[in-house]
Design a protein around this ligand. Structure first.
Ligand code: FUB
Length: 364
């Protein structure tokens, strides 16, 4: 780009015809979008006129549906609690096939129609059972405490009607519902810093428990949570339990191990009889995976599968569609602002031993 500008400036002194000729000669072979530091992106945004983040993808009725956060510019500067993520509604995306046209559906539910919620409708997830679609919604309640609620509808794209109260015993953010081969569904959830998980260590909300983590680097890190769901998919059937992520020796990953410890963005899938628990490391910006033999874990840390994207947050989902696996993620390619993110997708591949081939979000 710098070369092209320099040539145009020189040519300006030579006349309009020469300017055109030089600009054409110097034009890059393909006008591919580049990051602020000049790198090419591995994938392009699914939607270019609106901002969507935290994409939770599902296959319903042979189509791909994506349940993202709908990012908006609220004019709020970035802080460690994520105040800038001031989303207030959800819109669902769908496509018939990877790479095909993406339909952005109308607003499926707005925070004003969620009786218990006040603001910040963050990363959702969805599920289907017996003719009903369930949208799981994390948001701040009227006291500013993050809770997780559910809304139901008859179409995968909404509209959804919210239950009057959040799920009893729910807290923190980033619900991800995994349904096992036997039909039993589980919710994974939690997030530290703005997600408030560090304020729940006693089982009750402690507003003074800090804004980041436990600040105990040599102790086990805070764990994400799991709870089995009731048959109607609307409540926890048990008290939430810790999802323990272990190191190679079987010991819990420590709080000071920011390259491996859980931060937010739980997502679980099953492949080849193994359970893959995947998550974001937040301030080190990796997406990691850990493998276990039960939906409850423990899960042994195995590696990074997405290197840092452009933008502070990284959040994803992984889904199998017609024999291939797909990673949905987001970055800030279109805005270069942390709170205006764009959902993307790219194929995810595995080695024969079940490990994931790591993805670089940049081609260069
Ligand atoms: O979108 C708001 C928050 O940012 C999500 O809940 C986190 O996972 C992070 O992506």
């Amino acid at each position: 780009m710098r070369l092209r500008l320099a040539l145009c400036l020189t040519a300006a002194t030579m006349g309009a015809t020469a300017t055109l000729a030089l600009a054409q000669v110097a034009k890059p072979a393909a006008s591919e979008p580049r990051s602020p530091d000049g790198k090419r992106y591995t994938a392009q945004p699914l939607v270019k006129n609106l901002y969507f983040a935290d994409p939770s993808a599902h296959v319903f009725n042979g189509k791909l549906y994506v349940y993202p956060s709908h990012d908006v510019d609220a004019g709020i500067p970035d802080d460690d609690l994520g105040t800038q993520y001031a989303m207030h509604d959800y819109r669902i995306l769908s496509m018939d096939r990877p790479g095909g046209p993406v339909t952005v559906h109308p607003v499926a539910i707005d925070v004003k129609d969620i009786p218990w919620a006040s603001k910040q409708t963050w990363a959702p997830d969805a599920a289907y059972k017996n003719g009903t679609y369930y949208l799981y919604i994390p948001a701040r309640d009227k006291d500013g405490v993050f809770r997780i609620g559910v809304a139901t509808g008859k179409s995968p794209t909404g509209p959804f009607k919210a239950e009057p109260q959040p799920i009893k015993g729910s807290f923190s953010i980033d619900p991800a519902v995994f349904t096992d081969s036997d039909g039993q569904s589980y919710m994974y959830f939690g997030g530290i810093w703005g997600g408030q998980l560090q304020r729940w260590t006693t089982g009750r909300f402690d507003p003074n428990a800090g804004d980041t983590d436990l600040k105990q680097d040599d102790k086990p890190a805070l764990s994400p949570k799991i709870a089995r769901l009731t048959p109607d998919m609307k409540q926890f059937a048990e008290a939430p339990r810790d999802v323990v992520i272990t190191d190679e020796t079987g010991k819990p990953v420590l709080g000071g191990d920011h390259d491996r410890r859980f931060f937010e963005a739980s997502w679980t899938f099953k492949r080849g009889g193994k359970y893959y628990f995947t998550y974001s490391t937040g301030d080190t910006h990796y997406l990691n995976y850990a493998i276990g033999t039960s939906p409850y874990g423990p899960f042994r840390y195995t590696g990074h599968f997405l290197m840092p994207v452009q933008g502070w947050t990284s959040h994803h989902s992984i889904v199998e569609f017609k024999g291939k696996w797909w990673l949905f993620y987001h970055d800030t390619q279109l805005s270069n602002k942390n709170y205006l993110r764009s959902a993307k997708m790219t194929e995810l591949t595995f080695n024969s031993d079940g490990t994931i081939r790591p993805i670089n979000p940049f081609k260069d």
